[in-house]
Design a protein. Structure first.
Length: 97
């Protein structure tokens, strides 16, 4: 395992595996610190955390809610709907009175 590109806010780790080179980047956030503790063995973990200090420097943004956007019909949409309705009524598709 090799610690590559260690800064106060991030680190890149790479290691040689049987299938090739494995590489992963972590940022100095609460979530990445937890990932580091489960994925990176000692002494590499201690070296990274010593460089990062005790406090996270990156705040991960929460994803914005994906509320649907309500679109109002355009004038063209309204005219088309009115034309279809008039055509339907004119051709006898309307209500029987």
């Amino acid at each position: 395992m090799i610690i590559d590109m260690l800064t106060k806010s991030s680190v890149s780790i790479k290691k040689q595996t049987e299938t090739g080179i494995w590489r992963k980047a972590y940022v100095n956030s609460e979530q990445s610190r937890q990932e580091l503790q489960t994925e990176v063995p000692e002494p590499y973990l201690s070296e990274i955390l010593a460089a990062w200090g005790d406090v996270s420097t990156v705040i991960e943004e929460l994803p914005e809610s994906q509320e649907p956007t309500l679109l109002k019909p355009t004038v063209e949409d309204r005219l088309e709907a009115m034309e279809e309705a008039l055509l339907f009524i004119t051709l006898g598709g309307g209500m029987d009175v």
